[in-house]
Design a protein around this ligand. Structure first.
Ligand code: PRP
Length: 183
């Protein structure tokens, strides 16, 4: 879907398809450089990271292997609780591997800080994080993130994998939702 398809639901477009494409290519170039000569496993966190995983993987010039995890970080509300449940675990043994977690957004940081500790305990050779979006104002825990697409204000963002009540994931851009949609 494009912005015209959901115009009435949006406050504004934050990043267009073209902007995201350009930024993802820059991140991929950095990752190619940093992991040159090493095997890399990229781990996508379902469901939000589907788009960034697919585009990042295709923008890389090196071979990577891909695996997926699904975790549930929210209770009934829309805020991270810090209590994380694994809904789908990795199929790959991380022992001795270079691992890069790929996320769509880091808000409180609670999900990623739990996930990083969990994956670290599996003995990877290295473990880093790449996120397309980060909300610095939302941070509740310090978390070291090596690759960040954009730092964004504390607004309700949807699109390019990000949902509101499971909708809007298939927008080809990132936008902020109009308050009448979620209030
Ligand atoms: C989102 C996002 C992160 C988490 C970030 O996932 O993909 O996993 O929230 O929030 P935090 O930094 O406050 O912990 P969500 O639980 O919405 O699941 P989804 O990817 O399936 O939409």
């Amino acid at each position: 879907m494009e912005s015209n398809d959901v115009q009435a639901d949006l406050k504004h477009v934050l990043y267009t398809r073209e902007q995201i494409e350009g930024r993802v290519r820059e991140l991929a170039d950095e990752i190619d450089r940093d992991y040159e000569g090493r095997d890399l496993l990229i781990v996508g966190v379902l469901k939000g990271a589907v788009m960034i995983m697919a585009d990042l993987a295709r923008a890389l010039h090196s071979h990577v292997t891909m695996d997926w995890m699904a975790v549930s970080s929210y209770g009934s509300g829309t805020q991270s609780s810090g209590v994380v449940r694994i809904l789908k675990d990795l199929e790959t043994d991380l022992m001795g591997k270079h691992v890069l977690i790929v996320e769509d957004i880091i808000d409180s940081g609670l999900t990623l800080s739990w996930l990083k500790a969990n994956l670290q305990s599996r003995g990877p050779a290295s473990l880093e994080i790449c996120t397309l979006l980060r909300k610095p104002e939302g941070a509740k825990v310090e978390i070291d993130v090596k690759y960040v697409g954009y730092d964004i204000p504390n607004e309700f963002v949807v699109g390019y994998g990000l949902d509101f009540a499971e909708k809007y994931r298939n927008l080809d851009f990132i936008g902020t939702l109009a308050p009448h949609i979620y209030e």
